[in-house]
Design a protein around this ligand. Structure first.
Ligand code: ATP
Length: 435
């Protein structure tokens, strides 16, 4: 299955409304993807869980939503204007461009020779204001969300007086002009990140690093990414960014191979010091307990939302046989499933069934809004559809619900997605099951 798993996922995502190619009716725009109705829910469930685990349930974390457009000085200070580049080569014959570190000596398309390797800055540039383009009007779309966090460090310290260690978290879009976007959403030009900068006393970085290492695994478990498919890669000193004293890449066995899902880095005091120098503002921290003033060091766990969605989809993808028929289903856990339950009237043309089913549907929707109504086609087709979008439960209202068998009045069938088994339960017990 692994060979064409990616193709199957891409096709299911489009067919069922999870993810569509960006600008599709105009022939698309490479490296962009649009999340459809189910994709939005899946993505929001994942990002929402992350926010709850790492911001709301903790008392050492502060949330932030900074502007995507930032003063260009931010990216000069952070080193991105100078150095956020990938090596680019162009084929002399067909003019196609590749990342030099991802190809051999010859063009993989036509076998031609490559020209010189150039450094290609991956930041998207735009301009602010109605003035002709000049150096002063240039701004960059942020290539990572972290910049907004460092720039707001002082604001948060002044507003909340947090005690070290503490962290600032942000979920938002980032943009990179990737030379070769590919592998579905894995390498996009516009994507979403969930990032944390966790500030510590210099001597306490190791325990914070360890805590976040474990938190990464806890998050994966919560969204349904099996531990066995996640591998820690200790990045060798010569491969780390110059300011990093330790970096772990968390790699996942994607259908396209083992590749980076998340990163965890100890960035020392590099960022705050650089921004303090460039802005001329004091970004030091006064430690009340010792009276010492210093620049905190930072641990950075960096999560990609789109890569998480892809890892969750490929972990959940199943094919089996049920009742003698082949089927495809997504074994999402309840937390991330875009739809928590679907409600059907057994028959669409029996008003008393439809009315009762509507009643159950509306009652459940008040408790859990992510409930779907479906009365299209026969029950078998509806099950198949819900299986394919990973809905954990299907609830059917039949004649027994209406009292045809008096003992069964106000009971319904509830079907389990993974086993296909049905149970007869009272309407009163449904809320507890779907919420
Ligand atoms: P890669 O080596 O795959 O290009 P990176 O090391 O440049 O990734 P980071 O700069 O560490 O990535 O970014 C943090 C996280 O943001 C990544 O772990 C990944 O989840 C996500 N991410 C980075 N680039 C992309 C992209 N082009 N498309 C989708 N997600 C991305």
């Amino acid at each position: 299955m692994a060979d064409d798993l990616m193709e199957k996922i891409v096709s299911l995502c489009k067919r069922r409304g999870f993810i569509y190619p960006g600008s599709e009716i105009y022939g698309g725009l490479s490296g962009t993807w649009d999340y459809g109705p189910l994709g939005v829910e899946l993505k929001d469930n994942i990002a929402g869980l992350w926010w709850r685990m790492f911001v709301q349930e903790r008392d050492d974390m502060y949330g932030l939503d900074a502007a995507i457009l930032m003063n260009a000085e931010v990216w000069k200070a952070s080193g991105h204007v100078e150095g956020f580049a990938d090596p680019l080569v162009e084929c002399k014959k067909c003019k196609r461009r590749f990342r030099a570190d991802q190809v051999g000596d010859k063009c993989p398309e036509c076998g031609g020779n490559f020209g010189e390797v150039r450094q290609f800055n991956m930041m998207f540039k735009t301009q602010v204001g109605a003035v002709p383009e000049d150096e002063a009007s240039i701004v960059y779309l942020r290539p990572e969300t972290a910049g907004g966090i460092f720039v707001n460090f002082k604001n948060i310290v002044d507003s909340f007086h947090p005690k070290l260690p503490f962290g600032i978290a942000q979920v938002g879009k980032a943009f990179r002009n990737e030379i070769a976007p590919r592998d579905f959403t894995f390498r996009s030009r516009e994507f979403q990140q969930m990032e944390i900068e966790y500030f510590v006393r210099p001597g306490e970085w190791e325990q914070a690093f360890e805590m976040w290492r474990q938190n990464v695994h806890a998050f994966n478990e919560a969204v349904g990414i099996p531990r066995a498919d996640v591998h820690e890669l200790e990045v060798a000193p010569e491969d780390r960014a110059h300011y990093s004293k330790r970096t772990i890449d968390f790699e996942f066995d994607f259908p396209i191979g083992r590749k980076e899902l998340y990163g965890l880095a100890y960035r020392t005091d590099f960022d705050l010091s650089a921004h303090a120098n460039a802005s001329g503002k004091d970004l030091s921290y006064l430690d009340d307990s010792t009276g010492e003033r210093f620049i905190p060091h930072v641990i950075e766990p960096s999560f990609g939302v789109d890569r998480t969605v892809l890892a969750v989809l490929s972990s959940a993808y199943r094919e089996d046989e049920l009742g003698g028929e082949k089927r495809t289903y997504l074994a999402f856990n309840k937390t991330v499933a875009p739809i928590k339950a679907a409600v059907f009237p057994l028959l669409k043309n029996k008003p008393e069934l439809v009315e009762k089913a509507r009643e159950v549907y509306l009652m459940l929707k008040k408790i859990e809004p992510r409930i779907m109504w479906d009365d299209n086609g026969n029950i078998g087709k509806r099950y198949r559809r819900q299986d394919e979008i990973g809905t954990p439960h299907c609830i059917t209202i039949d004649f027994d619900t209406l009292g045809e068998t008096p003992d069964l009045k106000d009971t319904v069938t509830i079907r389990d997605r993974d086993t296909g088994e049905q149970e007869r339960v009272s309407i009163d017990s449904l809320a507890a099951r779907v919420a």
